[in-house]
Write a protein that binds this ligand. Structure first.
Ligand SMILES: [Zn+2]
Length: 354
């Protein structure tokens, strides 16, 4: 058997600072399984977990990594597996954990559970050859998808689905401005907007990324330059009305523009703040235009099954699929973190277990 190893955040530090260590994977307890990982995908949360967040104490040392796919290697005693999942079979992982017994969990809002946490953020994650997860976090891998694709799927698609479908109740024919169209969550959002019969206007940082957004189904792509010019362009594209929904995850640098390009009665939904968390804005724009602001964090685990069923309707040509930017070997995980932080790629950064 190849050596089992994992990356650990020993103390908060810059991207790329987790260190490699050998370990002996534990036996799963009842209701849990051990997965031999074949691929993992990075998310912004890997960087925030590594760097540390003000006011948040994380249980260090910790293995980062929220997304993963692999093979079930061991089951805890009496563990029941979800439909379509078998011992020894291939699985992808739902990243969220919750208690399963509180009122929020019982109505399906697991991400509102007081005990909600994310793999690789509050417990050891997927930057490792092996991971322990509850059986309820397992999903079958659709059709002919590779482990790399499966690992790149859950977190960003669940996040984008929750934002568009549940937080914003996006309707066919509406228009959505997607900031950061080349990011993992942005590239998922563009595809979901199209699949839902709405129109995506994507914002990207370069011409090369613009081409990729067209291919994903964006109706219009704006290469980001001066924000005032961008706002003017959005108004042109929407007959001066503005967009019905702004898909925000960029934060401070874009927030004022998001308000400015949002239509009367429109919605701004946000799941992140990659350019900074604090920004002043004009409350008059908010109430005069009757804009609704909605915060979103991950999504209902149930909806990964919804997304899976949409894929399985046509597995060879699904309405959406993860976009992979670059594949590293797991031993290069720190380098993969630095690549993600640099922000030059398009889509998901993945590590493969060789
Ligand atoms: Zn709960």
């Amino acid at each position: 058997m190849a050596e089992a190893f994992r990356f650990r955040i020993l103390a908060h530090g810059p991207a790329g600072s987790p260190v490699r260590e050998a370990f002996t994977p534990a036996e799963p307890r009842p209701g849990w399984v051990r997965v031999a990982l074949k691929a993992m995908a990075l998310n912004r949360l890997d960087l925030w977990t590594t760097e540390g967040l003000p006011g948040l104490r994380l249980p260090l040392p910790l293995t980062p990594g929220c997304d993963g796919a692999g093979v079930i290697e061991a089951l805890g005693e009496g563990t029941t597996l979800p439909p379509g999942v078998e011992p020894g079979g291939s699985v992808m992982l739902a990243p969220g954990f919750s208690c399963g017994v509180c009122p929020a969990c019982l109505r399906g809002d697991d991400m509102l559970c007081p005990g909600y946490g994310i793999l690789g953020h509050v417990r050891d994650g997927t930057a490792a050859t092996h991971v322990l997860v509850p059986a309820a976090n397992l999903l079958p891998i659709p059709g002919n998808w590779s482990f790399e694709q499966a690992a790149a799927f859950p977190l960003v698609f669940l996040t984008a689905w929750e934002m568009l479908v549940h937080k914003c109740a996006l309707r066919p024919g509406e228009t959505v401005l997607v900031w950061g169209g080349g990011s993992g969550v942005g590239s998922a959002a563009i595809q979901l907007v199209k699949a839902l019969g709405a129109t995506a206007i994507a914002v990207v940082g370069s011409e090369a990324k613009a081409m990729r957004c067209w291919e994903l189904g964006a109706e219009h792509v704006i290469v980001r330059g001066e924000l005032k010019a961008l706002a003017t362009r959005v108004r042109e594209l929407t007959g001066k009305r503005g967009v019905d929904v702004v898909f925000e995850h960029t934060g401070a640098a874009t927030w004022a523009t998001s308000l400015s390009v949002c239509a009367r009665g429109g919605r701004i939904v946000t799941c992140g703040a990659t350019t900074g968390p604090e920004t002043p804005f004009d409350l008059r724009a908010l109430f005069a235009k009757q804009i609704q602001i909605r915060g979103s964090y991950m999504g209902r685990r149930e909806h990964l099954w919804t997304l899976l069923s949409l894929i399985l309707k046509n597995p060879t040509n699904p309405p959406f699929r993860p976009v992979i930017d670059q594949i590293f070997d797991l031993s290069e995980y720190p380098e993969a973190q630095r690549h993600l932080e640099a922000g030059s790629g398009f889509g998901k950064v993945v590590c493969r277990m060789s």
